[in-house]
Design a protein around this ligand. Sequence first.
Ligand code: FAD
Length: 372
Amino acid sequence: MRDNNKIAIVGAGVAGIALAILATKQGYQVSLYERASQVSSIGAGVTLWSNAIFVLTQMGMEKEIMRLGGIPSFMRQCDQFGAVQSELNIEELNTISGFPSVTILRRDLMSVLANALDDLGVKIQFNCSITALDINELKQKFMLVVGADGRMNSVVRHYLYPVKVQPCYQGFINIIGISRLDKGVLDNVIHDYRGPGERFGIVPINDDLCYWAGGWSTPMDKERPLSTWYDEMHQRFSHWPKHVQHVLKYYDKSSLNRIFVHDIEPLPYWHQGNVLIIGDAAHAPLPTSGQGACQALEDAWHLALNLGKYEELDNALSCFYQQRSVKTSSTQNVGRQLAKKIFGGYSGFQPTSGISSVSVEQLSEFWMKGLI
Ligand SMILES: Cc1cc2nc3c(=O)[nH]c(=O)nc-3n(C[C@H](O)[C@H](O)[C@H](O)COP(=O)(O)OP(=O)(O)OC[C@H]3O[C@@H](n4cnc5c(N)ncnc54)[C@H](O)[C@@H]3O)c2cc1C
């Protein structure tokens, strides 16, 4: 028999834990299932733009996030020789948005979220890999089953779309990592270096810590040994500006990760009956959008609000899709357009017009849409 106060969440990533916190605070009884044995910290770091900090502020977590993270002042886009092409004044963006933009290591973000959930007395059920059969059972027992089970193999998305939604490989690889540098090297500026079919982004977290991603266009080859990808990265970027050289000299080897970058197409629906997908499972964008975790947090906030607002579950979920799908589809498209400009499929490179083509006002308006 279904209990109208119970919510099952599949996946303890950003979206799943944030929703678990918000729904618990609203009085729902939440069961959160995670296939891994602990909260994952995959991905070196994330930039939580003002929209994400808005949500974290509503959750009462912004101080802890800001304690662990950094607030960069500028994002500077340069060519592969270091010549500045354009600049984004992040301080101005923050002022216009009313909330800061915070850079943070992925493991710190996840531990702040996991601790907040623990403080509410909710235990994540680890080593619990949910299957389609489990979803059949869960949807009988719970008012709502939420798939927050990520971009690549979401079981809940597959449950909703029997013709499997295939994540699309976008023709480029990212190698990510964390480096400790000499104090002040990065000047509190996000550096975004771009060359033909290649990009190296460096994001400061504090005076001597940063995360970074080196990317280039390439066919996907999962058989190739990891070490050869890392060697290729060193070769490709060996003549790039000094910041890149610093980062490649001082990275923590255990933080390295190779990602064949995929996204998914915008989907025509995210729910059927009492089964719903959110976060990357519903609308995974490319990292070039810089918005995946931010949109996952927005999902959690909007969904929790709608559950409190509508008596009928179907109205709450339909309204959720209407509220969220335009913004998340735009985010997916922005990520794709930028990736195409930089990595250009496999065929040729078109110089980008740079971040300066979007004003801070426009950026702020887009990111804060639907929140304030
Ligand atoms: C290189 C890179 C850089 C990025 N940089 C940024 C950035 O700067 N800013 C930003 O906002 N975003 C960034 N992102 C995107 C961001 O990391 C994701 O969009 C975000 O983590 C999505 O959260 P999620 O909770 O939907 O999914 P995930 O974080 O992927 O969580 C899904 C969880 O579900 C679990 N799971 C999966 N299947 C099952 C199952 N069957 N049963 C139980 N559990 C299951 C997984 O183990 C995982 O813990 C970046 C991504 C990449 C790849």
